[in-house]
Design a protein around this ligand. Structure first.
Ligand SMILES: Nc1ncnc2c1ncn2[C@@H]1O[C@H](COP(=O)(O)OP(=O)(O)OP(=O)(O)O)[C@@H](O)[C@H]1O
Length: 325
């Protein structure tokens, strides 16, 4: 599969009078056409910043990409004109978030923003846009879409609202969808329906998906590849099965051991000791060094870069866990 997205040496800085931090330092990251890549990591690890740097939309005006390349289908997004970027953002790359309520305007009926998006990006008539909106709502599994378009966001359930957001995100048939914790606010049965829908999009329309989550469990069956983030860096990446079965970075391994399992005989789940260092702390070496059982002087002096361990499996660690087969 060829790459749709390739990020190389991307750095994001946040600079205010009180703060000067590196929020993201990605050695490299790529997403193939028709692939689902899961970005996994605990809070503050840089998952959303990765999405923000692709979309060039940051949660704070003080954040900036200060280095690197973000190649999307042969174009460097960092060098695009604003008008081109606006077009790419609405037509080629779209995004869904954890809380659909924050993206849907409570005073507009459900159909209005979908029709607007279609008209803005395709220039079709309102009647044609309405037909397309109905087809998209039906595709995401919402019954009676014609009537549903007349309703207000608060009249829908959380799962229905997330389906509406997905309909809006896919209505222009984007090549890439960024899903940032799309199921975190939903209960478990609705969660799996939304996951199934995102997977269906990938399978039927060939949409590439960057799936952001802190929950390793929910991506294990769906994602083709996984990238584990810690302290703004990718520490391990590879095919999902390979990373989950043979984790090589001590952090990934500890993260997996901390997941409760059915038939678990352990009285207590292991916890990863120590604390996540703040990005404001000047750390010379590996950001995980203060919590790592395999730490050496080298880890505190130098930053390990992401390098090939075997086939497509890459790790950023001077002392990876031995490969057990
Ligand atoms: N609005 C902001 N102002 C200042 N720093 C920020 C802001 N948003 C994120 N950061 C910092 O950027 C770094 C990366 O954060 P990011 O939001 O990407 O983490 P995340 O993995 O998405 O976490 P979460 O799961 O909580 O969303 C963190 O150090 C975080 O503190």
């Amino acid at each position: 599969m060829s790459n749709l997205l390739h990020m190389e040496n991307v750095r994001v800085h946040i600079k205010t009078r009180a703060l000067d931090i590196t929020a993201l330092e990605l050695d490299h990251l790529s997403l193939a056409r028709g692939e689902m890549l899961a970005l996994v990591g605990e809070t503050g690890s840089g998952k959303s910043m990765t999405a923000s740097s692709i979309m060039q939309l940051f949660p704070t005006q003080k954040a900036r990409v200060t280095a690197g390349k973000i190649m999307f289908d042969g174009r460097d997004l960092l060098g695009c004109k604003q008008s081109e970027l606006d077009r790419i953002r609405g037509e080629e790359i779209t995004m869904i978030f954890q809380d659909p309520m924050s993206s849907l305007n409570p005073v507009f009926r459900i159909g209005d923003p979908i029709i607007d998006v279609i008209q803005m990006h395709t220039g079709v008539s309102k009647i044609e846009a309405r037909d397309q909106a109905i087809r998209a709502l039906r595709y995401v599994g919402l019954p009676d879409p014609g009537r549903l378009m007349q309703r207000f966001p608060h009249e829908l359930s959380g799962g229905q609202r997330q389906r509406v957001m997905i309909a809006m995100a896919i209505v222009c048939e984007p090549r890439m969808l960024i899903a940032d914790e799309p199921t975190t606010a939903l209960d478990v049965t609705i969660q799996s329906q939304i996951l199934f829908l995102i997977d269906k999009l990938k399978r039927e329309k060939g949409t590439s998906v960057l799936f952001i989550t802190h929950n390793l469990g929910i991506v294990s069956k769906m994602a083709d590849r996984i990238a584990v983030l810690y302290g703004g860096r990718i520490v391990e990446t590879g095919p999902t099965r390979e990373v989950l079965k043979h984790p090589r970075h001590p952090y990934t391994r500890m993260l997996l051991e901390a997941i409760p399992r059915i038939k678990d005989k352990r009285d207590r789940l292991p916890v990863i000791g120590g604390r996540v260092s703040s990005p404001a702390e000047p750390i010379r070496g590996c950001r995980f060094a203060n919590r790592c059982p395999r730490v050496s002087d080298l880890c505190q002096a130098e930053v390990p870069t992401l390098a090939t361990a075997s086939d497509e499996h890459e790790i950023a660690c001077f002392h990876p866990v031995e490969e057990k087969r």
